[in-house]
Design a protein around this ligand. Structure first.
Ligand code: C5P
Length: 397
């Protein structure tokens, strides 16, 4: 982390002592580290400790230097490439969420517009209190990154969630933030979830897609610096933070419309949505009554969105998915060529730990030159990371 300027805000929690090691590790990795402590933090550890570790003066008081008091918070905010708040107490989270600036740390934060990493640490009940959770949600929505507390023995004698993560883990997170971003400046369109095709106002034809794979891809693309639009059908989970646009759709026809609006300006499209191949020709205007013993629904073919993109494609990179129950590689290869894709992610959804609803996947990536990469079972988050790395390769070809 050479040449990075990191400002650590230490607030008044017992875990403050652990942050000495965080400061030390950051310093050893080449960063220039400065520390602001709140008054309460100095009850747990002295500024002198951080001063010795960082080789920089530690600031506590907004009005300490009478000549410069009005600029200390601005210069510290200007100095930092990143602010880490560890431990972040419940009181501090509440103040930050509501823009209160009553000491040097909170004032500096208001004057800061770059990346903030928060490591909350407190008693489990305080952490789980709806007030604290609401404050965390406000901060997340503002783009602040939250490092979830770990579970274990707490200083108050209880066991639960609320421990400050280990210094190595905190430093790893900071390293990730500064890692070069392979999709920086790229506009990526991701589709996810399953489409819903109406039968009548209350029933629909759907599928087992949970949206997990596509949401993880969107999350990984955001992390890698891309400007991401996520167009989602039905999904079981919340969209990731940091998206440029999030568009919720129901049917394949709606998804097609939204995808076509974005396609021309996109650098790449990852089509992971489970789009229904057929829809009901004429959905009933009223709820269908169970009057007869048989009911026949006439289905008509939906447009194949990805195939259409394949014909419209100029420089865009196109990535498709092939979820199969047999002859996986053959079918996937056929789709790769027919839909004019750069690569396709294929998986056998009958394997345990792969496909719909589960958090893991077992996939292969097939390229246009015929090469195949087989991955073992891994989390959808890990697979998403691999897909995004391949996407960056395809964008640079
Ligand atoms: O042909 P098949 O449906 O198996 O192809 C799967 C790939 O095509 C997926 O990437 C899926 O998102 C996309 N697809 C589509 N429009 C459809 C059906 C599938 O874009 N109507």
């Amino acid at each position: 982390m050479a040449d990075k300027n990191i400002l650590i805000g230490v607030t008044g929690g017992i875990a403050a002592y652990k942050v000495v090691e965080v400061a030390s590790r950051l310093k050893k990795s080449g960063a220039n580290v400065k520390v602001i402590m709140t008054k309460h933090a100095t009850e747990f550890i002295t500024p002198k400790t951080f001063q010795e570790i960082t080789n920089n003066a530690v600031s506590v008081d907004l009005f300490a230097d009478a000549a410069n008091f009005n600029v200390a918070h601005i210069s510290l905010a200007d100095f930092a490439d990143l602010i880490l708040i560890a431990p972040a107490t419940a009181n501090f989270l509440a103040k930050m969420a509501h823009g209160i600036a009553d000491d040097l740390l909170t004032t500096t934060i208001l004057a800061f517009d770059k990346k903030i990493l928060l490591a909350p640490s407190m008693n489990t009940k305080m952490f789980e209190n709806p007030a604290t959770q609401a404050n965390l949600n406000i901060l997340k929505a503002r783009g602040v990154q939250i490092l979830e507390p770990a579970s274990g023995n707490l200083a108050c004698g209880t066991v639960g969630k609320g421990r400050l993560p280990e210094p190595a883990e905190i430093c790893e997170e900071i390293e990730k933030i500064f890692a070069p971003k392979v999709l920086s400046g790229k506009k990526i369109l991701v589709t996810a979830g399953g489409t819903v095709e109406a039968i009548d106002p209350v029933r629909y034809i759907g599928n087992r897609s949970s949206g997990r794979m596509g949401y993880e891809i969107a999350k990984s693309a955001v992390k890698n610096g891309a400007e991401v639009t996520l167009i989602s059908g039905k999904a079981e989970i919340e969209p990731p933070n940091g998206l440029k646009h999030f568009v919720k759709v129901e049917s394949a026809l709606e998804m097609r419309n939204e995808v076509l609006k974005e396609f021309e300006t996109a650098d790449a499209v990852i089509m992971s949505a489970a789009v229904a191949d057929y829809r009901v020709k004429t959905p009933a205007a009223q709820k269908i009554k169970k009057s007869s013993d048989n009911l026949t629904l006439e289905l008509v073919k939906n447009p194949d969105i990805l195939r259409e993109l394949g014909t419209l494609k100029k420089n865009q990179v196109l990535v498709g998915f092939a979820a199969e129950t047999q002859n996986v590689l053959d079918y996937a290869n056929k789709k790769l060529v027919e839909k004019n894709l750069n690569f396709i992610v294929a998986n056998d959804v009958t394997l345990e730990g792969a496909g719909f609803g589960v958090s893991t996947n077992i996939a292969s990536i097939i390229w246009r030159d015929g090469s195949v990469e087989n991955f073992s079972k891994m989390s959808k988050a890990e697979l998403a990371e691999k897909i995004v790395q391949r996407l960056s390769k395809a964008l640079n070809q």
